[in-house]
Design a protein around this ligand. Structure first.
Ligand code: FES
Length: 110
C-alpha cells in the first residue's frame, strides 16, 4: 500500500527512480562535457585572425595618407599573406566558406 501511494504521488516507483535519476544525471554531465568540447573547437575555429601577428595582443596598423599609392587595397578577411594589404586571398576564403568579404580600397583623389 505504501509503495503504491509513493508511485501514485510521483509517478515513479522507488525502483524506477534508482534507474531514472542516475541516467538523467549521466545525460546532463555528458551533455555538459560535449558542450565544452564543441565550444572550445568552435571558439578556436571561429577566430577571424588565424595567423597574422599572433605574438601581439592586438593587431593595429597605422599609415600616413601621403605614403599610400594612388590606389591601395586593405585586407578585411585576415587571410592575406601581405596583410594589411589585400593579395586576393579573400576570393579563396569566400569560395570555401560562402562568405562575402572583400578589401577596403582607398583611392587618392588627384
Ligand atoms: Fe583579405 Fe583581399 S586578401 S580582403
Amino acid at each position: 500500500m505504501a509503495e503504491a501511494e509513493k508511485m501514485e504521488s510521483s509517478g515513479l516507483s522507488l525502483k524506477s527512480r534508482w534507474i531514472v535519476f542516475p541516467l538523467t544525471f549521466g545525460v546532463i554531465i555528458s551533455g555538459y562535457f560535449l558542450y565544452r568540447i564543441i565550444r572550445s573547437k568552435i571558439g578556436k575555429n571561429g577566430r577571424v585572425n588565424k595567423v597574422i601577428k599572433k605574438d601581439v595582443a592586438q593587431v593595429v596598423d597605422s599609415f600616413d595618407i601621403e605614403d599610400l599609392g594612388d590606389k591601395t587595397a586593405f585586407c578585411r578577411c585576415w587571410r592575406s599573406d601581405k596583410f594589411p594589404y589585400c593579395d586576393g586571398a579573400h576570393v579563396k576564403h569566400n569560395l570555401e566558406t560562402g562568405d562575402n568579404v572583400g578589401p577596403l580600397i582607398l583611392t587618392k583623389l588627384l
